[in-house]
Ligand binder design. Structure first.
Ligand code: UGA
Length: 456
């Protein structure tokens, strides 16, 4: 099929390149000419495993980028809208969605054949039918259902593995305004493995599925962190052992053969969201949960569970500071290194990373902060202001500090026990991801552990 995609951000670009890999002809549209030039030169503006290889493979063949939205719509049967929906604290900002829908609608006015516009962006339930559809009708002067169709097809891409998530999805959620548009959405996914479940729903249900899916992940993380805080206070309990015990239940760790509980057990991936740590960040989980709460409230529905999920998460950087405070009751002029800026490993994305709030707290308490990340390179002075500096290597980060705080579970940081063993005065390690063996680190504090001597 011929597909145009509005927005070449993380979702739009990965979707476009991967659909080209599946045999479709794709044109990605953006207003940023610099981005377009970079993409057409085979250089993706974001770091995503496997993306460069696929882009180079398809650029100029089944895939290209342009700023000419009108032409891209005219030359395609399907347009996907994958623009940003930033959260402004009260509601998601739909201005990019509205602008894109208007331009697509303007182009549809000049089309004679049936066209389907699909919303890929994460939008609160009701947005596609109540906001996008009227704009398309007005701008095109045409009728939904008769002249054109609308779809909602949420993405479930996890940063760092977005390309493989797209090419081998666990589910395909297809929301449509009617059978005709749903048939077009299904056609789009014909090149995908036929055994992947396809769920056909209405537009609002498709929108809700995306929020419900991210909210359950955020909830399990905050649940683990609440248990972690109690373990820390009670003493003598290590939350990692508690969670191991939880994970071993049949429902998280089922046997391949239901009658044989000793062999062939598989670990459900959700267990990786049931671990105590310094909290969730990124461009999706915090924003989506907050947007859903705000949307519920705007409809008169309080969402106390999700409110608590956010509150617990926002306290995680303070929980890290409390661990540091066991050794350094005051932080004035204490040299602290923050290890990891990315919101999770294998990405260079620092949006809403717990590291940012932690750095602010440290600065506020007068600490002298060094930051390190194996992938993210920032001008620390410009980004965080003095006295924050950037260390080029893990060795540099730990050399002169009194405490180092792990925020991101980077593989590089597994080298710490070896590096610390060679130091005469190793710093305190505050492990925000419980990724190190506490027995191999001389001065150790970990989330969900009452005190170093309790880690037996
Ligand atoms: C998330 C979802 O996992 C995807 O399914 C979804 O498609 C995507 O949002 C999206 O809406 O686009 P992503 O934001 O890439 O994906 O990252 P996750 O792997 O979910 O991690 C989110 C945060 O949770 C990270 O900061 C991570 O460090 C944190 N986390 C994860 C914890 O704090 N504790 C855990 O036990 C697990």
């Amino acid at each position: 099929m011929d597909i145009s995609i509005v927005g070449t951000g993380y979702v739009g670009l990965v979707t476009g390149v991967c659909l080209a890999e599946k045999g479709h002809r794709v044109t990605c549209v953006d207003i940023d000419q610099e981005k377009i030039d970079s993409i057409n030169a085979g250089i993706p503006p974001i770091h995503e495993k496997g993306l460069t290889e696929l882009l180079k493979k398809h650029i100029g063949k089944g895939f290209c980028a342009t700023s000419d939205l009108r032409q891209a719509v005219l030359d395609s049967q399907v347009t996907m809208i994958a623009v940003g929906t930033p959260f402004d604290g009260k509601t998601i900002d739909l201005s990019y969605i509205r602008a894109a829908a208007k331009q697509v609608g303007n182009a549809l006015a000049d089309k004679t054949d049936y066209h389907v516009t699909i919303i890929k962006s994460t939008v609160v339930p009701g947005t596609t039918s109540k906001v996008v559809c009227p704009i398309l009708e007005e701008a095109s002067g045409k009728h939904l259902g008769k002249d054109f169709g609308v779809g909602m097809n949420p993405e479930f891409l996890s940063e760092g593995v977005a390309v493989s998530d797209f090419l081998s999805p666990d589910r395909i959620v297809l929301g449509g305004n009617d059978e005709r548009s749903l048939a077009v959405l299904e056609k789009l996914y014909i090149p995908f493995d036929a055994t992947i479940p396809r769920l056909r729903v209405n537009l609002s249900t498709a929108e809700m599925i995306k929020y419900a899916a991210n909210s359950v992940l955020a909830t399990t993380i905050s649940y683990a962190n609440e248990i972690s805080d109690l373990c820390e206070s009670l003493g003598g309990i290590d939350v990692t052992q508690v969670m191991q015990g939880v994970h071993l239940a049949d429902y998280f760790n089922p046997s391949v053969n239901a009658t044989d509980k000793t062999h062939g057990r598989i670990t459900a991936p959700i267990t990786s969201f049931l671990e105590a740590g310094c909290g969730f960040g990124g461009s999706c989980l915090p924003k989506d949960v907050k947007a859903l709460i705000a949307h519920g409230q705007s409809q008169g529905v309080e969402m106390p569970l999700l409110q608590a999920v956010i509150e617990i998460n926002e306290n995680r950087p303070a929980a890290m500071i409390a661990l540091l405070g066991r050794t350094f009751p005051t932080l004035t002029n204490v040299r602290v290194s923050v290890l990891g800026l990315a919101f999770k490993p294998d990405t260079d994305d620092i949006r809403l990373s717990p590291a940012l709030a932690l750095i602010d707290l440290l600065k506020g308490r007068g600490a002298v902060v060094t930051v390190h990340d194996p992938l993210v390179k920032v001008d620390a002075d410009a980004r965080f202001g003095p006295p924050v500096v950037f260390a080029d290597s893990l060795e540099d980060a730990i050399e002169n500090c009194q405490a180092a705080m792990i925020v991101t579970r980077w593989k590089d940081y597994t080298r710490l026990p070896g590096l610390l063993a060679e130091m005469t005065a190793p710093p305190l390690i505050v492990d925000g991801r419980r990724m190190l063996d506490c027995h191999r680190v001389p001065n150790y504090e970990g989330i969900g552990l009452s005190a170093a001597q309790d880690a037996s």
